[in-house]
Design a protein around this ligand. Structure first.
Ligand SMILES: Nc1ncnc2c1ncn2[C@@H]1O[C@H](COP(=O)(O)OP(=O)(O)O)[C@@H](O)[C@H]1O
Ligand SMILES: [Mg+2]
Length: 249
């Protein structure tokens, strides 16, 4: 169970207001797509939710609890998981070892990994099956395809029992097949996890979207179904016209 609420969230970087009085409510188990042109403040919004960046003013609430004052690791313990644009897996470790590290809170665990190979637990097997990496348990993460690396990262969030999943452009660089596979994965995650997904690929957004939020210049520009968003003149002006991916109105 996790609902996410942003209340008048604002962050200034010098003279620039990167996120400007943003209100957002994502209900428990919802998959929210976040769109907007480059520089709109999407990644910064995810930074503010996970605690990587502190807001100038405003609040972040999980299940009604104000977590704005918490450190990034404390938010992680509350189940907030962030997947960054560039993958952050350990390339020299196997898929299984990466998951063991993700699951472990113990410092020094990494060093002991090579000595004590722990058997695969049921939960790790379940997560690997879920993301489609069960045939790659012993593959070095550095040898995975780009898409597989992204799925390993998602698996690492799942093994940490993240309830809120923040995904920044998860399909960037993926093949069409990998993108479709990822859409399927997200379809299965919805309901169990509360998700905020920043995406540029409009066909992917059409596949996965329930409610879409569009940001421009740090502020909320529009919100609604994908059909409402695509026919919104302000959105077309700010964003869709730029992508060259307009649908027939
Ligand atoms: N740490 C930072 N310091 C200064 N400016 C930043 C910082 N992070 C982001 N920005 C600026 O804030 C604006 C929003 O950036 P960002 O959230 O990355 O946009 P998006 O992800 O929507 O493309 C941009 O103008 C960017 O240059
Ligand atoms: Mg970004």
């Amino acid at each position: 169970m996790a609902s996410l609420k942003l209340d008048a969230l604002t962050v200034r970087f010098g003279g620039l207001v990167a996120v400007n009085a943003l209100d957002l409510e994502v209900r428990d188990g919802e998959l929210r797509c976040l769109l907007g042109p480059n520089g709109a403040g999407k990644s910064t919004t995810l930074d503010l939710i996970c605690g990587k960046t502190r807001p100038t003013s405003g609040q972040v609430l999980i299940d009604g609890e104000d977590i704005t004052a918490l450190e990034e690791f404390e938010r992680a313990r509350k189940g907030v998981g962030r997947k960054f644009q560039t993958p952050s897996v350990f390339k020299d470790l196997t898929v299984l070892e990466n998951l063991e590290v993700a699951r472990s809170d113990h410092p020094g665990f990494l060093q002991s990994l090579r000595v004590f190979r722990t058997p695969m637990t049921g939960r790790i097997r379940e997560v690997l099956d879920f993301v489609g990496l069960s045939d790659h348990v012993m593959t070095r993460a550095g040898n995975l395809s780009h898409g597989e690396t992204q799925w390993l990262e998602i698996a690492m969030l799942l093994i940490q029992d993240c309830k809120v999943l923040l995904m920044d452009e998860p399909t960037a660089g993926m093949t069409i097949q990998e993108t479709e596979q990822t859409a399927k994965l997200f379809g299965e995650l919805r309901g169990e996890h509360t998700m905020v997904v920043v995406e540029h690929d409009m066909s992917f957004v059409r596949d996965i979207a329930e409610t879409v939020t569009v940001m421009d210049m740090g502020a909320l520009l529009a919100q609604g179904t994908i059909a409402e968003i695509e026919s919104d003149p302000a959105v077309r002006e700010a964003y869709l016209a730029d992508t060259g991916d307009e649908t027939d109105a």
